[in-house]
Design a protein around this ligand. Structure first.
Ligand code: 13P
Length: 247
């Protein structure tokens, strides 16, 4: 039985004070039926970790090297030092705007796993790829690159977020059928790479315009174990609504 996991991705939003105020307001609403969390900007991570008792706090990126001449980057040991236990990697915004590739995502995943930090690995096709009927091929290829050469036991613990780029921040969420179909492909690809046990254990999220009004129908799908939520995770009211609707 996979425990649902619902994580907000704040992206480049919230100062330290805003992050702490959100966590103080939402932390007590969480319940044991699911894992709830937020992806916070680097600067807000340390205080967020201190204030969160029930919410998990994820970094939104990391570098795969431990130190060196990588101006502006943050390494895994730096995250470890402030008690971060989760990290989103390979978000489509990082892939599109900051040059992340399956290869660098794979290196990040390996380094995080080594540190005992759980990666939330994002994948998903563009609108052009979707229109060309290439969703399945893109999903399989991104997973085979991003998750190459991990141990099957480690894969059981990671989280995969399937986020079709055309549904991110557009209000145009994928239909429940498409989301289920694609999350099933994710699980099938994990089975091909790491076997049935890993495929059955890995938690798969859908992301793309998830909100209080549609969370329940996504969560009812057999292969959707949770959601990665952008816009609707920024306000206390809407995120609390999502928590209450997934009890
Ligand atoms: P929206 O929920 O704003 O569409 O963003 C999804 C996302 O990118 C989460 O990582």
């Amino acid at each position: 039985m996979r425990k649902p996991i619902i994580v907000g991705n704040w992206k480049m939003n919230k100062t330290i004070a805003e992050a702490v105020a959100f966590i103080d307001a939402v932390d007590g609403v969480c319940h044991d039926g699911a894992t709830y969390g937020v992806g916070a900007p680097f600067l807000a991570l340390a205080e967020s970790v201190k204030h969160a008792n029930h919410l998990i706090v994820a970094a939104e990126n990391c570098h795969f090297e431990d130190s060196g001449a990588f101006t502006g980057e943050v390494s895994v040991p730096m995250l470890e030092e402030i008690g971060v236990k989760w990290c989103i990697i390979g978000h489509s915004e990082r892939r599109e705007m900051f040059g992340d590739t399956d290869e660098t995502v794979n290196k990040k995943a390996k380094r995080l796993i080594q540190a005992g930090i759980t990666p939330i690995v994002c994948i998903g096709e563009s609108e052009a790829q979707y229109d060309a009927g290439e969703s399945e091929a893109v999903i399989r290829s991104q997973l085979s690159g991003s998750l190459a050469d991990l141990c099957a036991d480690c894969v059981k613990d990671i989280v995969i977020a399937y986020e079709p780029i055309w549904a991110i921040g557009t209000g145009k969420s994928a239909s429940v059928e498409i989301a289920q179909q694609c999350c099933h492909i994710v699980r099938d690809q994990i089975e091909k790479m790491y076997g049935k046990e890993a495929a059955e254990a890995v938690r798969v999220q859908y992301g793309g315009s998830v909100k209080p009004e549609n969370i329940v129908e996504y969560m009812a799908q057999p292969d959707i174990d949770g959601a990665l939520i952008g816009g609707a995770s920024l306000k206390v009211d809407s995120f609390t609504d999502i928590i209450n609707k997934t009890k």
